[in-house]
Design a binder for this molecule. Structure first.
Ligand code: ADP
Length: 438
């Protein structure tokens, strides 16, 4: 029934009452009685509607007229709302069930750090109890590395950390923000992976170490033979020279492998020293003058950029010299290599720029992989080990810096070590070490 037909009905009723009243000489009294009756009827129906609304889920009462339409519409809306709620609840149950059955730990933390929800795996991995729901995660977990990561708020990279204690367990945590500042934590036990990786690194380090002595003996004898070629049969000279060249190459390879495994084994430990970058560059320039007397290497140190960073002198020296030696190797003998230290916003940048052969863009993402070479033939003619940039990347990571590479084929390359504010040291913070610590 529409409002129009309801109005027509009421109008008809009032007109009928008015005619009867007019017949008896009291039309107004009749209309007033009809209106009063109508109001009483509506009040009664409103009372029934109110009673019905108090008991959700019950079918609407039998009511006459426009009220019946209203009630059935409200009833339909309620029914649809209940169905939607049930559907949502079943989705939430389904998600909770799937999270609960995951082998990875999952936890939801609100914007104040309170634990809202966690699954059984998170309970086991983090040592939580069911009663910890609602408690602050900061009070429940004590691992300083985890807390630092959690509070820093930069979750672009996952965190891998040792649990400490006798267990030797390692966890990896990934955090994602959602909703109103809530955080979703995924925690995985990576102990087995870390152990395997350690076995692999130890193996490489041990093999490299064991091979060093025999190689030193071989290259030593070869060097002795070649020191006086007049006493050698001429047909042996070239093969012996090639043998020495390859032995030296292998020695360099082992040296780089050992350095790489040392840096890797120290990964995660913050280097403690303070390194004076201008002293480091000055020493490097001295060495280059001796090793590459014909090459032009320009130094440009911005006096307004702080000169010191937190780190290990030997490692940083090795990283920068790798970049500069590459720049020399992969550019023409008469071109200039520029090494600069300057400020870029909050960062300090050590930049090595050459005007050499450059690198095609498609190689850039893989350039820092071990033994990755742009072209085998080209690299072998340079005598490189293919480990130089892997070392640079690891040194950068262990110093909280990052390696950026830009290059244009045929024009040259720029390799930059970008040191964030946390790695820079105020000039007065400590005495800078200008020479290797040991
Ligand atoms: P390598 O010992 O072979 O130089 P690196 O790890 O230092 O190994 O470098 C990897 C590869 O990156 C090199 O083989 C070379 O092809 C390329 N490369 C590195 N530096 C430069 C540069 N300054 N200009 C052009 N190519 C470069």
């Amino acid at each position: 029934m529409t409002w129009l037909s309801a109005a027509v009905r009421i109008g008809t009723l009032l007109a009928a009452c008015a005619s009867v009243g007019w017949y008896y000489g009291r039309p107004l009294v009749a209309v007033a009685c009809a209106l009063a009756g109508l109001v009483l009827l509506w009040l009664y129906q409103m009372y029934r509607v109110q009673q019905w609304l108090r008991e959700p889920g019950k079918p609407p009462p039998e009511i006459y007229g426009i009220w019946s339409d209203l009630l059935s519409q409200i009833y339909q809306l309620q029914k649809r709302g209940r169905e939607d709620r049930a559907r949502l609840q079943s989705t939430v149950d389904y998600l909770e069930d799937s999270f609960a059955s995951m082998r990875d730990g999952v936890a939801i933390v609100d914007d104040h750090g309170g634990l809202k929800w966690f699954n059984e795996s998170a309970q086991r991995l983090l040592g939580l109890r069911q009663s910890d729901r609602g408690q602050s995660l900061m009070n429940l977990l004590r691992n300083p590395e985890f807390l630092r990561y959690f509070n820093r708020g930069d979750y672009s990279q996952p965190l891998q950390y040792a649990m400490g204690g006798d267990s030797g367990a390692w966890h990896r945590v990934e955090i994602t923000r959602f909703g109103d500042g809530d955080r979703l934590l995924f925690i995985r036990d990576v102990t087995a992976e870390v152990r395997m990786e350690k076995v692999r690194k130890d193996f490489v380090a041990n093999v490299s170490h064991e091979l060093r002595t025999p190689l030193t003996v071989i290259s030593g004898y070869l060097g002795t033979f070649l020191s006086d070629t007049s006493r050698l049969e001429p047909r042996y000279i070239k093969p012996l020279q090639q043998m020495l060249q390859q032995a030296v190459r292998m020695e360099n390879l082992l040296k780089d492998l050992l350095l790489l495994s040392r840096i890797e084994s120290e990964q995660g430990l913050q280097p403690h020293g303070v390194v004076d970058i201008s002293a480091l560059l000055a020493e490097l320039q001295d060495e280059l003058r001796t090793a590459h007397p014909g090459r032009r290497v320009e130094l440009a140190v911005d006096p307004h950029a702080g000169h010191t960073v937190c780190g290990d002198y030997r490692e940083l020296y090795s990283a920068v010299s790798n970049l500069v030696l590459n720049a020399i190797k992969y550019s023409a003998a008469d071109s200039t290599v520029t090494v600069s230290w300057h400020r870029d916003g909050a960062n300090c940048v050590l930049e090595v720029r050459d005007q050499g052969i450059g690198i095609d863009r498609r190689h850039l993402p893989r350039l820092t992989e071990r033994f990755y070479r742009v072209e085998d033939s080209r690299a072998s003619s340079t005598g490189g080990t293919g480990l130089g940039l892997a070392i640079v990347k690891h040194v950068a990571a262990s110093h909280g810096a990052r390696l950026e590479i830009s290059s244009e084929l045929g024009k040259g390359s720029v390799f930059s070590l970008v040191f964030g504010p946390q790695t820079q040291v105020a000039a007065t913070a400590g005495k800078a070490s200008a020479a290797p610590a040991g």
